[in-house]
Design a protein around this ligand. Structure first.
Ligand code: FRU
Length: 505
């Protein structure tokens, strides 16, 4: 009986092979990152409900329990002691209803330690999830309660807690605002490109406070907001409020922006600083990031989903699809009346790095310098100084593919080029979404901290002022690195190459 089924599957596969059907189903464990979260099986997108409680970092996430494409949205769950080594746990919130489905869209969790909601039994382990319930015609904000510190949730019986009769109203992020002693919710009105602010004393009754939008900001829809205070580097008593939003449009695809300003418990007022909205990550694959709640105040850590809605469903991985980024610690740099977020990999990554090689200095002039690598998960730290060359950079090479990370001094641009990698998954879009870049102007010195984990590449430059995150799907292991300087010279200095090994933390 079993044998007959296998034979039938093989027969069907050979018939359908031409339609690429069976090929797609081949397992791609070789592309599964080691210290970036992926679910064992099936589709994931946005991180949800990030919170630290009783020694565990909790990460919930948008998840399809039944397949490797978007659909049946539910909340998956994983925990970690250090943000890099994750254990997947059972799903906590599921889609309900088959004829009239009600999906669980993105949202956040808070620790209701004072039982402000009156819904808690054990205050030490009472988490309230605030999420969007999606139905075909309406999106509402709902609650679910956990009495066991986030391992299981029960939907609140009097849901929804906010219903504006809107089909475009989602992704609530809630936090406790100390100054006004109330819960604040930031929630997106995607099609209006607006963020709405609500307040509540008990998480159940909410009052609308204000809306924020930005003229001259992008045309796309806004999703997944977050709002938090960040102290400035070098002056911890002075800080600013940061409003993060994800933006989805068809030209650039999905990306994230942020506004710097002040929040008084009612309105967010952005700084009149030049440039208006700023870009959080210049790669093609960093979206829907939000921050962990309940960490010490100066410790703001975010994680994003490494994908882009323009091609999200066609990533070539199986039986899983969707990867979270490296967790990033944020700080705020104040430069001449303007502000910029700095992002650095959360420092617990150090535990997973094993130094393979360090080189103090290589002089580069036209000739390429090759260093053997033979790794698929690694960190490359390097600096280029005394740059007179038109372009300096590194090529990460497999037998016949390459990813280029470069600084072009002539155009003033940092770029990541995945054009020499397998691009079939980009299908008709393969001439788009290839080179991601950011203009930084003229520098004589530049630093790159490059983290590659099987199918992810995250480039942190200028001490984290600039980040570019992209997915890549190499056919083979990265065999070597080439350092180069074109049309001129430069020194490559402070080169440290480390492998990433997951092991046990
Ligand atoms: C962002 C998003 C959210 C929504 C979720 C659905 O990627 O579109 O706005 O809640 O995904 O999965």
């Amino acid at each position: 009986m079993f044998k007959r089924r296998i034979n039938r599957a093989i027969f069907l596969c050979s018939v359908l092979l031409s339609a690429n059907y069976c090929k797609e189903k081949k397992s791609t464990e070789n592309l599964r990152p080691q210290i970036h979260f992926t679910s064992q099986k099936n589709w994931i997108n946005d991180p949800n409900g990030l919170i630290f409680l009783n020694g565990n970092y909790h990460m919930f996430f948008q998840h399809n329990p039944f397949g490797n494409d978007w659909g049946h949205m539910s909340w998956g769950h994983a925990i970690s002691k250090d943000l890099y080594h994750w254990k997947e746990k059972p799903i906590v919130l599921r889609e309900k209803g088959s004829i009239y489905p009600r999906m669980k869209f993105s949202g956040s969790t808070v620790w209701d330690s004072q039982n402000t909601s009156g819904l808690c039994k054990k205050n030490s382990a009472c988490l309230i999830a605030v999420y969007t319930e999606w139905t075909l015609l309406n999106q509402t904000q709902n609650l679910a309660v956990s009495h066991d510190g986030g391992f299981s949730f029960v939907e609140y019986r009097d849901n929804p807690v906010i219903d504006e009769n809107s089909w475009s109203f989602r992704d609530p992020k809630v936090f406790w605002h100390h100054k006004t002693a109330q819960w604040i919710m930031v929630v997106a009105k995607p099609s209006a490109s607006k963020i709405a602010f609500y307040a509540s004393k008990n998480l159940i009754n909410w009052t609308h406070l204000s809306d924020f939008s930005a003229i001259k900001s992008s045309e796309g829809i806004w999703e997944c907001p977050d709002l938090f205070y960040l102290p400035t580097v070098g002056n911890p008593t002075y800080g600013k409020w940061i409003l993060l939003t994800s933006v989805a449009e068809t030209v650039r695809g999905s990306y994230m922006q942020y506004f710097v300003g002040d929040f008084d418990g009612k309105n967010f007022k952005k700084e009149p600083s030049p440039g208006d909205a700023k870009i959080l990550d210049y790669g093609y694959d960093f979206y829907a990031a939000i921050s962990w709640e309940n960490l010490p105040p100066a410790n703001r850590v975010i994680v994003g989903w490494m994908n882009n809605w323009e091609y999200a469903n066609s990533l070539p991985t199986y039986p899983w699809k969707g990867t979270m980024s490296v967790p990033r610690k944020l700080s705020l740099l104040s430069i001449n009346g303007d502000y910029r977020i700095l992002q650095t990999p959360e420092p617990q990554i150090e535990k997973y790095k094993r130094k393979i090689r360090s080189i103090d200095k290589i002089f580069l002039d036209e000739k390429k310098i090759r260093i053997p690598l033979n790794q698929s998960s690694f960190v490359l730290e390097s600096q280029f100084s005394k740059i007179t060359a038109e372009e300096v950079g590194v090529m990460l090479k497999t037998a016949d593919e390459a990813v280029v990370v470069a600084y072009n001094r002539k155009t003033g641009v940092i770029l990541v080029d995945r054009g020499k990698m397998e691009k079939v998954w980009l299908a008709k879009k393969k001439n788009l979404f290839t080179i991601s870049e950011v203009f930084i102007g003229r520098h004589d010195k530049i630093d790159f901290n490059i983290i590659v984990d099987k199918s992810t590449i995250e480039v942190f430059a200028l001490d984290g002022q600039v980040v570019l995150s992209n997915m890549v799907f190499p056919k083979e292991i990265f065999s070597h690195i080439e350092f180069y300087a074109n049309k001129g010279s430069a020194n490559a200095t402070k080169i440290v190459l480390s492998s990433i090994t997951r092991g046990s933390p």
